[in-house]
Design a protein around this ligand. Structure first.
Ligand SMILES: Nc1nc2c(c(=O)[nH]1)N[C@H]1C(S)=C(S)[C@@H](COP(=O)(O)O)O[C@H]1N2
Ligand SMILES: [Mo]
Length: 385
């Protein structure tokens, strides 16, 4: 074998992986469909989205026909502007309480070990507002693990918090009316940031990250709500105390009434890890043979049950053709010869530890006073002819 210079080897190795990823991105993923079926539209369509610059390209549940959500159909959220970044001049700073502050180019990051994860990302506001139920998608994300980069930077003993700073910027007004400009940022405890599954991600479904999803680099934190996956990264800073900004301590804070020894306590918590959830995606029909198809995610899903109107919970069949630890599971329930007229369809997921997705009147949902983390059971309405 010829001795190839290491640099060229990395480039051709990278190209081969990209080609493989492209093949993967274009392969047909398993899906519980039946030849010749027609989609029956939901009666409860969403009202118009009043914040079209913030929430773009919501998932249209009736169109869900693949385990992987193609980039063109992937939702995106931007609280500030949507920066367009020139990858040639961009770099990532690693600084704060580290022994070796560094700066990495995109080429530096791509030359590091590559890791992929199939992860369903959901906005924690999804289903919390009347015009928002499509803030979710499932993609194959590729990048390099974050933990070794922090290790090489040498986090000092006082360093306990990792802040991910981003290129987008907006004006903040605090409750005390102080106004200032700040870049988007989210943080994690050092222990959470060091999780071996966290990726500095530059690829989505085999192509460079689309601009709306964070080009050139974002954090992908499998198992966390969307907000914990900052896009358009510019700087990773290690600090010596918890970091509290708009997106850690004011927005993305859930307020709940909890019962403690017969007394009500109001508790505010910052949105973090994803919660167990499911939703009916669509009803399909071949003559009088109806079928409900849906998705379940947010925790290791053991089973899914479906209820029509106020009937019994019925076990759905989980599609085992595509599975990954952090990806949604698709499921289906055959519904032969339903009564003509209007019906409701509700699903609930059960995880491997026996936890059941809460009903809307469960105190954990009914006594939640903010719209974040709305993982209550989703009910849709459909008309059978
Ligand atoms: N820099 C930056 N990162 C961000 C956001 C943002 O506004 N700015 N929005 C967050 C929110 S609220 C969600 S739900 C996810 C959505 O990821 P997506 O836009 O790729 O779907 O990105 C997160 N990362
Ligand atoms: Mo979000």
């Amino acid at each position: 074998m010829h001795a190839i210079p290491r640099r060229e080897f990395i480039i051709s190795g990278g190209a081969a992986l990209t080609a493989m990823a492209l093949l993967k991105g274009s392969r047909a993923y398993g899906y519980p469909s039946r030849p010749g079926e027609a989609v029956v539209p939901w009666l409860d369509e969403l009202p118009p989205n009043p914040v079209p610059e913030v929430i773009k390209n919501q998932l249209v549940w009736e169109d869900l026909d693949s385990w992987i959500t193609p980039n063109a159909k992937f939702f995106s959220i931007a609280h500030f502007n949507r920066p367009v970044i020139d990858a040639d001049t961009w770099n990532l700073q690693i600084d704060g309480l580290v022994k070796n502050p560094t700066s990495l180019t995109l080429a530096d990051i791509k030359a590091r070990p590559r890791q992929e994860v199939t992860f369903t990302i959901e906005c924690s506001g999804n289903d919390g507002l009347p015009f928002f139920n499509g803030g979710i998608g499932n993609a194959v994300w590729a990048g390099t693990p974050l933990a070794p980069i922090l290790q090489e930077a040498g986090v000092l003993d006082e360093g306990i918090e990792v802040v991910f700073w981003c290129a987008d910027e907006g004006e903040i007004t605090r409750p005390d009316d102080v106004k200032f400009k700040q870049n988007f940022a989210r943080s994690m405890s050092l222990a959470d940031a060091m999780d071996a599954k966290n990726l500095l991600c530059y690829e989505m479904n085999g192509t460079p990250l689309p601009p709306d999803n964070g080009f050139p680099l974002r954090l992908v934190a499998p198992g966390w709500y969307g907000i914990a996956n900052p896009k358009w990264l510019t700087r990773i800073e290690v600090r010596d105390r918890r970091f509290q900004n708009q997106f850690m301590a004011r927005d993305y804070v859930t307020l709940r009434e909890e019962e403690r020894d017969g007394r009500t306590v109001w508790v505010e918590t910052s949105v973090g890890r994803a919660l167990l959830k499911s939703a009916p995606a669509r009803v399909t029909q071949i003559a009088s043979d109806y079928r409900v198809v849906g998705a379940a995610w947010g925790a290791p899903v053991e089973r899914v049950e479906v209820k029509i109107d106020d009937g019994q919970w019925m076990p759905a069949v989980i599609d085992r053709s595509e599975e990954a630890e952090f990806a949604w599971k698709l499921w289906s329930l055959d519904w032969p010869d339903p009564q003509p007229g209007e019906h409701t369809v509700t699903s609930r997921a059960v995880d491997t530890s026996g936890q059941v997705q809460p009903a809307m009147d469960d105190p954990v949902i009914a006594k939640k006073h903010t719209y974040w983390e709305s993982n209550g059971q989703v009910t849709r309405r459909v008309r059978v002819s």
